[in-house]
Design a protein around this ligand. Structure first.
Ligand code: NOJ
Length: 768
């Protein structure tokens, strides 16, 4: 394997590591000089404001108006002037925001500033990999830094509040919005949720250059029936507490200032009017003190659900369930006053809903600094250090799924054919949520490979096939895609033939296949997960040429690459990797960076296996038994790649797994140690993962559960001892039998390794 060994040998060990990890440009969480006001100061200010406010003005604070997608204009301005809007969404650009803010500050009676919200999901100007890609890094420090940069750019452009992080657990890749979250696992999901809240909000709410975070979609959205977006979720209590709520709990614990209710029915009660979620869980169990905004139009949507009888009833159910702010539907604005007059709700209830909204405005410093400096964004948008971080993030999201015949890393000599509909498509480097960024900034895969190899190798490109959504969506239409003319039959054949020709005359082929960015995300659910269009055929034809072939999979979800896994020598999943994606992926292709991504979600063989997730319960006849087993009898029941899986150009060996005490008392922590060695020839990063299994309990326990992970960087030949702690939190679970959290006595298995199939095993006992 040529892996620039010379280059690494000449460097110091520290430089080697820096080369691998990339020097991180700055400390996202650096404490700033400003300090937050005390709770008492904030509450006193809120109380004095409330005293001056009329009922109409209070209700205004609960109203968030859309001012994009054709909304906004004179009527909106008028509502702001009357104190009828507490917040605006779907607008960006400091000047536009300042204009409306000026109305609130100068023309409304109490001069209360608007809070501007926007979906800053994976970057603002500089776009980072999609969240599922970021999650593949398992690198929480990186994720914090990424979201701090996103916050910095957005705040400079006048945004105060991001509708992020999205922490929905998703176990169904047909669901388009799987791309917005951190995958299937509650432990990983919780760690990433915290990391994002820290990144967006900084050390405290109101820290300079940061945003208020909004944790969404509370809760259960990822479990939509059949993976159809917005469809009902039916989640049993045990799964709710142990799986779906866990990342939300972590985000609340990390201090997130706001939550967003989800669109769907959870066990027949819409999340927006769900008292159990908004009161019992969020406020009573977790002590959340911030505010909850609905999803767009979801207060009004409760009528369509067959839950609320009419708009007044919808407003009543939402406010009494604990929903503070109505996003876009104006149902609160039009109905709350009437409900107070009819004495169905009290003014005190309205005040309680307004309180945390005013509190956040105070904490964010909006009363003192309502306007954005219009010159600021141009100075920092796409700043070199932001692009550098975007490149590092892209590198770390690469999950190397297969690498045989020493195909990778690619040597810098010899011609390369770059083929596929996603190879040179700047729009598909990012996602729908990158709407405000300039796609022209995006470095495509072709450009990245040319930047890297152009001087030493012939790099040519052919698109080969064209892909389009089967059914276009509203979002598809508003993405900044140039209208693409559909190829004629003759052109289709010609482009296809050209791609084959190019592959034939080149020494190596890199195929970039997968999905358009518009095929995942909201309105991006699919009934199957096949490679769209003619891509599979092109792949098979090119593979039959027997050239060294690398498949780069670009997607917002796991897709069916089962054929490729058997016939293509090297495969890497790169998701939609962001502005610097092309450069970052090229760094990995040639081995200047060793891939270290791990799957945050199980990769099924095909849609027929969905849902498939590693932390399932064992049946009485698991597939590992012979005979009457629970399995598919027409195919394997095992996924193509397991959760946590990802290869490196080097190898890691785990040994010496031990627990400090083999028997502990209930509640006592268990310390686990393991040695990890880089047994290959190159420096590399590995995510060591610890899984446990409780062999018996008051309820059946999953076959394995992630309960610890550490990303370590090791030079070739280096060895390190890792220590994990399994405390009360790691060993507890919500038992459907007890209908409560339990820490039980029993026997536990422990595995540590590089994925959820880790073999190295030890055990311990918990006694009463
Ligand atoms: C609807 C989406 O479900 C949500 O994620 C988003 O934050 C809001 N629209 C606002 O754009």
């Amino acid at each position: 394997m040529r892996f620039h060994r010379q280059k690494y040998r000449r460097r110091s060990p520290l430089a080697l590591m820096m080369a691998l990890v990339g020097m991180l440009p700055f400390h996202a969480n650096a404490q700033t000089k400003a300090t937050p006001p005390s709770d008492a100061q904030v509450q006193a200010r809120v109380s004095s404001l409330l005293k001056q406010m009329t009922l109409t003005e209070k209700i205004g604070q609960l109203n968030q108006l859309g001012a994009g997608f054709g909304m906004g204009g004179a009527q909106t301005d008028d509502t702001i002037r009357k104190g009828g809007a507490g917040s605006i969404l779907w607008v960006n650009g400091a000047e536009a925001l300042n204009r409306m803010q000026r109305i609130a500050i100068e023309k409304s009676r109490l001069h209360i500033p608007l809070i501007y919200g926007l979906d800053v999901i994976h970057g603002y100007n500089t776009i980072f990999p999609i969240p599922l890609g970021l999650a593949s890094s398992w690198d929480t420090n990186l994720i914090t830094q990424v979201q701090a940069v996103a916050a910095k750019e957005a705040r400079a452009d006048g945004i105060h509040w991001t509708f992020s992080p999205m922490v929905d657990i998703a176990r169904d890749p047909r669901w388009g919005r799987i791309m917005e979250g951190a995958g299937e696992d509650p432990y990983l999901g919780a760690a990433i949720a915290k990391a994002q809240v820290r990144g967006f909000q900084g050390p405290y709410i109101g820290a300079p250059d940061h945003l208020l975070a909004c944790v969404k979609h509370f809760a259960g959205y990822g479990a939509a029936d059949g993976g159809r977006d917005y469809d009902s979720s039916y989640i049993p209590e045990s799964q709710l507490w142990n799986v779906y709520l866990e990342p939300f709990r972590a985000a609340a614990e990390a201090g997130a200032g706001s939550f967003m209710s989800a669109y769907m029915d959870l066990n027949d009660v819409p999340a927006t009017g769900n008292r159990f979620l908004l009161q019992d869980v969020l406020r009573k169990a977790w002590g959340f003190k911030g505010f909850v905004v609905s999803d767009a139009f979801s207060v009004q949507g409760m009528i369509t659900h067959g839950f609320a009888a009419n708009p007044a009833d919808a407003a009543y159910r939402a406010i009494t369930a604990g929903l503070n702010m109505d996003m876009a539907s104006q149902t609160y604005l039009q109905n709350l006053e009437g409900l107070v007059k009819q004495k169905r709700i009290s003014e005190a209830q309205i005040e309680a809903a307004v309180r945390p909204i005013l509190e956040m405005k105070i904490r964010l410093g909006l009363f003192e600094h309502p306007y954005a400096d219009v010159t600021k964004i141009a100075k920092i948008a796409n700043a070199p250090e932001h692009r550098k971080l975007a490149r590092i993030a892209a590198q770390r999201t690469v999950v190397l799924l297969k690498n045989t015949k020493n195909i990778l890393p690619l040597s810098k000599e010899g011609s390369v054919a770059v083929i596929g509909p996603l190879a040179n498509s700047s729009a598909d480097m990012t996602s729908f949520w990158a709407g405000q960024a300039a796609y022209k900034e995006n470095v495509t895969f072709l450009q990245g490979i040319k930047n890297k190899l152009g001087a030493s190798a012939q790099v040519d490109y052919a698109q080969g096939v064209q892909i389009t959504r089967t059914i276009p969506s509203f979002f598809d239409a508003i993405m900044q895609r140039k209208p693409v003319e559909k190829w004629s039959k003759a052109q289709e054949e010609e482009e296809y033939a050209q791609a084959l020709e190019l592959a034939k005359r080149s020494d190596r082929v890199v195929m970039v296949l997968g999905e358009l960015a518009s095929m995942s995300g909201e309105l991006g659910s699919q009934s199957n997960i096949e490679l769209p269009g003619n891509q599979q055929r092109l792949l098979e034809d090119i593979a039959s040429l027997d050239k060294p072939l690398v498949l780069i999979v670009v997607s917002g979800r796991p897709i069916n690459i089962t054929w490729a896994s058997e016939h293509v020598s090297a495969i890497m999943a790169v998701w939609h990797p962001g502005t610097e994606g092309g450069n970052g992926i090229a760094d990995v292709l040639v081995g200047e960076i060793n891939p270290s991504g791990k799957l945050p979600v199980t990769w099924p063989r095909h849609a027929g296996q969905i849902p498939t997730y590693y932390a399932h319960n064992l049946t009485h006849q698991p597939e590992t038994d012979k005979g009457f087993t629970s399995r598919y009898w027409d195919d394997s029941s095992f996924p193509l790649y397991p959760f946590g899986y990802g290869l490196s150009y080097t190898t890691f060996t785990y040994s010496n797994l031990k627990v400090q005490k083999s028997t502990v008392k209930v509640g006592e922590p268990v310390t686990v140690q393991v040695d990890i060695a880089n047994t290959g020839r190159y420096v590399g990063a590995e995510v060591a993962q610890l899984y446990i299994h409780q062999r018996s309990g008051s309820a059946s326990r999953p076959v394995r559960q992630l309960k610890g992970f550490k990303r370590v960087i090791l030079k070739a030949g280096a060895k390190q001892t890792l220590t994990f702690k399994l405390g009360k939190d790691e060993l507890k679970y919500w038992s459907s039998a007890e209908r409560n959290w339990v820490n039980e006595a029993g026997s536990f298995d422990v595995w540590v390794g590089g994925d959820s199939n880790a073999k190295l095993h030890t055990e311990f006992k918990v006694v009463p």
